[in-house]
Design a protein around this ligand. Structure first.
Ligand code: PBG
Length: 325
């Protein structure tokens, strides 16, 4: 059928008609809000490289999650900034570590009404700033596995529902799944940063979380942004190793991979709209060039339209507020 019999504008005649014909509906329930919690902090302070984002003291974590929850956002992802770093990143798995305390606080406050996710990585905790254990300037994959598994178990014991390995070590999902099961934590899920690319879009985050590598870069473990088959192989490996949710990261410049992941896998697909994506929107909005909430919803809808079921975003609250209007 072609014009004039077919007129695509007929389904755009009113707001109600457009609503009826909507194919993609972004909802606050799709969103995960990252939270930065810093050990020893007395009061909130700006995260510096991410305008509008703050590092929180432990005492503010519950109210931060509550504010998002009030808008319908029912999942948070905890990133910890420890008071001290060392070679093995031991604070990442300390019983009284900052993420462990935050997870336990949220679990106590929300019970089952909030999904508490924890970033499972070492880079904020190691002196090297690398995501795995380094030996003589190299990142030792297999030595990192046991350490990461220990981090995941401690986070789960503290109350995390979901651990989110983001170190990009080969075999990390299998190691974490086995350790969780051995510890009697078989009900704890894994949302793996499966295809995490070596991306310049992470730059603002590294300042905000204090995790820039001291030497070299992350290109020996993160996926090159030129390679989509390699990204799919990462997803397949994680699915095989027991990941419950497969993630593509970053999101906006990687929508082809989100769409391909949706076609290939049955597991929920997550996309992480990273700090640099946030920064682009924020800077343009601050310059008065675009409307922040409108652009946020458009970008997040595009990520959902591409096939993501779950979106991790620093704009979760702004988007949820906008959607609720
Ligand atoms: C580190 C980690 C990074 C991000 C999340 N976890 C940075 C990196 O790999 O250098 C980036 C998130 C963002 O930019 O929003 N494991």
């Amino acid at each position: 059928m072609t014009f004039p019999a077919r007129r695509l504008r007929r389904l755009r005649t009113s707001g109600a008609m457009r609503e009826l014909a909507t194919e993609t509906r972004l909802s606050a329930a799709d969103l995960v809000l990252p939270i930065f919690v810093e050990e020893g902090l007395e009061s909130r302070r700006p995260a510096g490289t991410m305008p509008g984002i703050e590092r929180l003291p432990l005492a503010d974590v519950t109210s931060e999650a509550q504010a998002a929850h009030d808008l319908g956002v029912r999942a948070v992802m905890l990133f910890g900034i420890p008071a001290s770093k060392d070679e093995l990143g031991t604070q990442a798995s300390a019983e009284g570590g900052i993420v462990q305390r935050a997870a336990s606080q949220l679990r106590g406050a929300f019970g089952g009404s909030l999904v508490v996710m924890a970033d499972t990585c070492l880079c904020q905790y190691t002196e090297s700033g690398h995501c795995g254990v380094s030996r003589d300037g190299l990142i030792d994959n297999d030595e990192s596995l046991g350490v990461l598994a220990g981090v995941a178990v401690s986070q789960a014991r503290a109350g995390a529902d979901t651990v989110c390995p983001s170190a990009m070590m080969d075999g990390q999902v299998a190691a974490i799944r086995a350790a969780l099961d051995d510890a009697g934590l078989g009900g704890v899920s894994i949302m793996s940063h499966s295809a995490k690319h070596a991306s310049s879009f992470y730059a603002p985050f590294r300042g905000a979380a204090g995790c820039a590598p001291r030497f070299g870069d992350r290109r020996t473990y993160q996926v090159p942004y030129t390679n989509s088959r390699e990204a799919m192989a990462e997803l397949a490996a994680d699915a095989e190793e027991g990941a419950d949710i497969l993630m593509i990261k970053p999101a906006l410049a990687y929508l082809d991979l989100v769409a391909e992941a949706r076609r290939r896998f049955d597991a929920p697909v997550a996309a992480y709209s990273v700090s640099g994506e946030y920064a682009l929107i924020k800077a343009a909005a601050q310059a008065g060039l675009v409307d922040e909430q409108d652009v946020a919803c458009e970008v997040l809808s595009s990520i959902k339209r591409a096939g993501a079921d779950i979106i991790v975003t620093y704009m979760a609250r702004q988007a949820a507020e906008h959607l609720g209007r």
